[in-house]
Design a protein around this ligand. Sequence first.
Ligand SMILES: NC(=O)c1ccc[n+]([C@@H]2O[C@H](COP(=O)([O-])OP(=O)(O)OC[C@H]3O[C@@H](n4cnc5c(N)ncnc54)[C@H](O)[C@@H]3O)[C@@H](O)[C@H]2O)c1
Length: 485
Amino acid sequence: MADPFGEKALDKKITLDGVPVLNGAGVVDSAVFETTQQIQRDDEKVALNRTRINRTLNVVVIGTGYVGLVTGAILADQGSNVTCVDRDPAKLEVINRGESPIYEPGLEEVIQSGLKTGHLKTSTSIPESVATADIVFIAVGTPPSADGTPDLTAVMQVVQEVGRSIKQHITLVTKSTVPVGTGNLIEETLVRMGVDPNLYDVVSCPEFLREGCAVADTKNPDRIIIGVNDPGAETKLLSLFSRNRCPILVINRTSAELVKYASNAFLAVKISFINGISRICEQSGANVDDIAAGMGLDHRISPKFLQAGLGWGGSCFPKDVQGLSKVGETMGFDFEMLKAAEKINTDQVLHFVGRIRAELGSFSGTRVAILGLAFKPNTDDIRDAKSLEIIKILKAEGAEIIVHDPVAMDNVKAIHPDLTYTKTGEETVHDADVTILVTEWAEYGRLNMDRVAQLMRGNLIFDGRRFFRPEEVKSAGLKYFTIGS
Ligand SMILES: NC(=O)c1ccc[n+]([C@@H]2O[C@H](COP(=O)([O-])OP(=O)(O)OC[C@H]3O[C@@H](n4cnc5c(N)ncnc54)[C@H](O)[C@@H]3O)[C@@H](O)[C@H]2O)c1
């Protein structure tokens, strides 16, 4: 019989004493994972002995950005000896003071505790750090190159330097999001460099944390994916993650590399889908939140990632959707669905700004207040943020732009020093013709709309995230516009 939910494929991978640990909906029952597990891989049972390596593992994490620093700090918190390596000594100085170079709730406390116990150290030297390492994570950036292909320059630089430093056996793990086949490329590079193949194995362990709740996500991930072609490496990684009480899926390395792209692209497509529905709602009078609620009650769909808005941005979705498209191309497959999702995403901002322009007549000489600059709340990350797309258009069309964000203003200032930066949401809307909500920070939800109406010289509120309560805005005498209505 056909297996429409793919349960057979999954229960072949994850079992407990040979019994599938799937609940009725085909979802892995994490309660069962509270106990020692077994993972069945390729018909060969591999016992998940969570204490197999009875000594503290020495872990090196290269790249102390959103992924590397959080991963390193949490692994140190869980008892490993961790050295976080970065080429930027200024970042490491901040970390050594017990501070975080990025805004990530809860991260400073974990850093401070790691420094105090001595489990967390920093270094600018790959050779010195690798000299005593059991496991080396690569967590440097993989930004898109001009044609959308992930740029592996930083990853391969690190591989070369690690390769030159290997003296004892290490497990080299890509945590950076890398295209299918990168593990093979790394192995080929190490072979070309003449490194003894008995001294390393190459593993993929993609990262799924969300910025803004990265600490909680790393402490309690939904799942850990280990992509190995070698059982020895598998044991080390399973030992390292033995404190985690989540499903651990051990698959081959290429599959692990692809899981990451597939997951991000799927979520991006889901958001674009509801944003497509929002456009139909605008014309038909249907309510997109009600549609999302109605869809989300279907367990196969779920309400997550069905919030209509200005679309997806950030450091991952745009580049990973493009990256997967490119992977498809190189394999002779045109993944048109991804291109359609990208188009909806690009159009969403243009359409929204078009509606604002239509209300104002023209942006020229208008005073526009922008609330929120980060690509989403609870982060200072502005990579591919919708605010930047909107600011670019407004600037080109002659608007005066007043902006606010609780934590991301310094990052935007570095690109647009000529905007007016304010200290509060209220200050931002002062004398504005139109107020645009771009990032749904909780503090904007506490704005008093009567006060906003008094402060603004115009009366237009454009809500890019369906965040404000329409009745509150309207009863203050303001005109309310949002995505999908
Ligand atoms: N940010 C996320 O939410 C997220 C989530 C999952 C996966 N990822 C993936 O993880 C990877 C890292 O992302 P990020 O957001 O943490 O990047 P980031 O830009 O915040 O951090 C990268 C760090 O690597 C350092 N670095 C670069 N080259 C180096 C080198 N040769 N030696 C030492 N350090 C070097 C940089 O100085 C920087 O501190 C990317 O592949 C990304 O796609 C990111």
